[in-house]
Design a protein around this ligand. Structure first.
Ligand code: ATP
Length: 288
């Protein structure tokens, strides 16, 4: 038996870091949405009980360090599943980019092995399992648009924002989320208006969404990698309606409501960095 799952990238429309908790994690508040740039996950049933993971990307480990492997292993152990799975990841989302590619692969594997192994777990149960793998995995299990709190694993669904173009550009640097948090000085950091963002989404107000994009981590990554600021400037000059770094970076995205301007931004960035994508905001949960 073989099946496929789509694993879309996410962007942070807003990301606020509130404080450092006693367990070492940061308490965050984020508004996230999915975009139509996705990895493709192929799952094949293995009768011998083993879990194997493969991808053609040289940036992704093909062993138990892979988040997709860890997702399958977690479910297999927790529910004492005898069968195994071969996971093939067609990697389209840039790695270590702030787009939650690994988390989305893990979430897709949770959804996929639930079907492949006939476990009938609910989406909420899969999201709870996801939180054991990583903070962004729960959101990726649901997809769509969500308001995340805690360390990012507590998700409340939001309506889909107005559809628009999203131009993504990743400079040729990898950013470790850990390094960014280590360099974050919460005193004096910028904090986005999360409630303002949520209200704009609920009003289906594209301009309001653009007015409220914000990311507490952006200032840190801007200092570490000057390319991030250069991309932001280029996108502004080319006419983006809003520009923000996603997650801990280094990917920067533009929101654009007009086709011609989105194309202009894409073209102006294409000459500057290699990894540029012009995609649609997905925004809605695909199971609804
Ligand atoms: P986030 O936005 O959640 O911080 P990210 O987009 O910055 O995530 P990922 O692309 O998920 O980062 O990769 C982070 C690290 O995880 C990489 O160093 C990579 O080696 C490792 N990794 C493990 N499994 C995967 C996977 N399936 N896809 C991508 N990276 C993976």
């Amino acid at each position: 038996m073989q099946l496929f799952e789509k694993a879309p990238a996410k962007i942070n429309l807003s990301l606020d870091v509130l404080y450092k908790r006693e367990d070492g994690f940061h308490e965050v508040e984020m508004v996230m949405t999915t975009v139509d740039l996705a990895d493709r996950i192929e799952l094949n049933l293995l009768e011998d009980g083993s879990i194997r993971v493969e991808s053609e990307s040289r940036f992704v480990p093909n062993d138990e360090r892979n988040l997709a492997y860890r997702a399958a292993k977690l479910i297999k152990d927790r529910y004492e599943v005898e069968e195994g799975v071969r996971i093939f990841i067609e990697k389209n989302i840039p790695v270590a980019a702030g787009l939650a590619g690994g988390s989305s692969d893990a979430a897709a594997v949770l959804r996929g092995v639930n079907r492949l192994w006939g476990l009938n777990l609910s989406t909420d149960q899969l999201a709870e399992l996801g939180a054991e793998i990583g903070s962004d995995v729960s959101f990726c299990v649901y997809g769509g648009t969500g308001h995340a709190t805690g360390r990012g694993e507590k998700i409340k669904a939001l309506p889909a924002p107005p559809p628009c173009w999203v131009v993504l550009a990743k400079p040729p640097v990898g950013v470790s989320t850990q390094t960014v948090y280590q360099n974050l000085n919460l005193e004096g950091a910028l904090h986005p208006d999360t409630q303002g963002m949520i209200a704009a989404i609920q009003r289906f107000d594209f301009d309001g969404i653009c007015d409220h994009v914000g990311n507490t981590l952006e200032g840190v990554t801007l200092k570490l990698h000057e390319e991030v600021g250069q991309i932001k400037d280029l996108m502004h000059h080319a006419g983006a309606d809003a520009v923000l770094m996603s997650g801990s970076g280094p990917t920067v995205f533009s929101l654009v409501d007009q086709d011609a301007r989105a194309q202009r931004i894409y073209n102006s960035l294409k000459g500057f960095c290699h990894e540029v994508y012009m995609v649609r905001m997905l925004g809605y949960r695909e199971d609804t």
